[in-house]
Design a protein around this ligand. Structure first.
Ligand code: COA
Length: 333
């Protein structure tokens, strides 16, 4: 037995306002049928004006702390593509709002792979004895980044947050983060991007008010690369853990598109019913998607103690990854 980071708390939060496909079809050239059949999404949640990513993150974080029965952690890591501000990071705001005083807090930016990157960083901090407990949050207010006129992105993304608490424990305990494999390829940066507002944009003589401030995505290429990279990293992490594909009870893939999740299951040779799906209710919530799917899975009973769980994600960067753990006995807060 060795020291490991053990999942001891879980929480999810989506803002109350629901936007249905029909509502989008009233202002965009799209339809409920197209969105459902091409993506599996029926609705998404969207923040009210004035709400920000840190609001969603703090609520999910509170629920995760409640679920773990603690009110204190040594470190806060927030994965987000939609920070409250370009500078400073959102994590210190979240920590302060949660009453976590003087706690180190930082953001991780890996778009839809952000939660896995944050989980790996947090678990490594626990294993290295830099922290005994960490709050890991994936939070997005993606609606603030979408071009309201762009039907190819507006129908896909939603707002929300999910969080887990990791505590120091033993590697053979249920909930121990077993293995994580991550990867990236910066030559694919243009597949998923926001061009306006960053240092590159400003350095080329642009100001904050010109250029394209919106999220852009090359959907078809993202689809193909996401399936390939999530399948590869899943196989790689399974080999490291010593599990066969048949050992996997639950696949919790980034909720990008139901067809992507099904294609990954098919590539792996995993029965599709072992894949958790909540994209129909929340859309693609980027860095929040895996912890939100975990929280929903524990609430609706799809995920239970002893399940061998495979997590996998693909996102902008390009970034990707996969992780394994045996699900512990816990209730989402
Ligand atoms: N409503 C109606 N029609 C739409 C539409 C919408 N919201 N969005 C695109 N279309 C149209 C296209 O214009 C195209 O029309 P055309 O054939 O006349 O040119 C047609 O539908 C097919 O478009 P295409 O892009 O080939 O569709 P697709 O099957 O690849 O699905 C996505 C598009 C975006 C749903 C899909 O590519 C996808 O899910 N990609 C991954 C996105 C993702 O998850 N990104 C997050 C990071 S992991």
């Amino acid at each position: 037995m060795t020291r490991a980071a053990v999942l001891s708390g879980l929480g999810g939060f989506v803002p109350p306002r629901v936007v249905t496909n029909d509502e989008l079809a009233r202002r965009l050239d799209t339809s409920d049928t197209w969105i459902r059949t091409r993506t599996g999404i029926a609705q998404r949640h969207v923040i009210a004006p004035g709400t920000t990513t840190s609001d969603l993150a703090a609520e999910a974080g509170r629920r995760a702390l409640k679920s773990s029965g603690t009110d204190d952690v040594d470190l806060v890591v927030v994965a987000t593509t939609t920070p409250d501000r370009i500078c400073p990071a959102t994590a210190p705001t979240v920590a302060t709002r949660m009453g976590l005083v003087d706690v180190p807090a930082f953001d991780v930016a890996a778009v839809c792979s952000g939660f896995l990157y944050a989980l790996h960083t947090a678990a490594a901090a626990v294993v290295a004895q830099l922290a005994d407990s960490v709050l890991v949050i994936g939070a997005e207010s993606f609606s603030t980044l979408l071009d309201p006129e762009d039907r190819t992105t507006s129908v896909i993304f939603g707002d929300g947050a999910g969080a887990v608490v990791l505590r120091a424990g033993e590697s053979d305990e249920p909930g121990a983060v077993r293995d994580v494999r991550l990867g990236s390829d910066g030559s694919l940066a243009d597949l998923i991007t926001v061009r306006g507002g960053g240092a590159e944009h400003r350095s080329h003589g642009h100001t904050a008010s010109d250029g394209d401030p919106y999220f852009r995505m090359m959907g078809k290429e993202v689809f193909r690369t996401a399936v390939q990279r999530m399948s590869e990293s899943s196989r790689s992490v399974l080999a490291r853990t010593g599990w066969e594909v048949a050992d996997v009870d639950r696949l919790v893939a980034h909720q990008a598109n139901t067809r992507i999740i099904q294609a990954v299951a098919e590539q792996l040779g995993l029965p599709p019913e072992r894949a958790l799906v909540n994209i129909d209710r929340v859309g693609n919530t980027s860095a929040a998607s895996i912890p939100l799917a975990l929280a929903d899975g524990t609430v609706d009973g799809a995920l239970g103690p002893g399940h061998r769980v495979l997590l996998t994600a693909f996102g902008g960067g390009a970034t990707w990854g996969a992780a394994t753990l045996v699900w512990p006995d816990l209730t989402a807060g």
